[in-house]
Ligand binder design. Structure first.
Ligand code: SF4
Length: 112
């Protein structure tokens, strides 16, 4: 992730957690280029922020197909999908594999 390269990024997050979380942690970390966004330059844009659609991540494949049109370079899997102190996602490995199969660069984490 070169700091000077323009990039388009997206975040996928947990549908259950989204009931209680407006996503501020993810956006603040991106805006301040902290944690998993440190390497991005000022010309990187966050162009999509969406939930998995609920267990078992039914929306992921369809939305990744849609992102291809917009030439998104990197998809972050939100920290809430990977933490032990939220209900642990039972489908995380399949969701990651769907991302890899779509040929997208995958970063595990956002603000933690
Ligand atoms: S599949 Fe995982 S990320 Fe999606 S709602 Fe279920 S627990 Fe959350």
């Amino acid at each position: 992730m070169g700091g000077d390269q323009p990039k388009k990024i997206a975040i996928i997050r947990c549908d259950i957690v989204s009931e209680a979380c407006p996503g501020v942690g993810c956006f603040m970390a991106f805006n301040k280029r902290k944690e998993h966004f440190k390497e991005y330059g000022s010309n990187t844009e966050m162009v999509a922020f969406f939930t998995c659609g609920g267990c078992s991540g039914r929306r992921v494949y369809r939305l990744l197909k849609s992102l291809e049109k917009f030439k998104v370079d990197v998809v972050h899997i939100s920290s809430c999908m990977q933490m032990e102190n939220y209900p642990k996602c039972p489908h995380i490995e399949e969701i990651k594999q769907t991302l890899r199969n779509a040929g997208m660069e995958l970063v595990e984490g956002t603000h933690h």
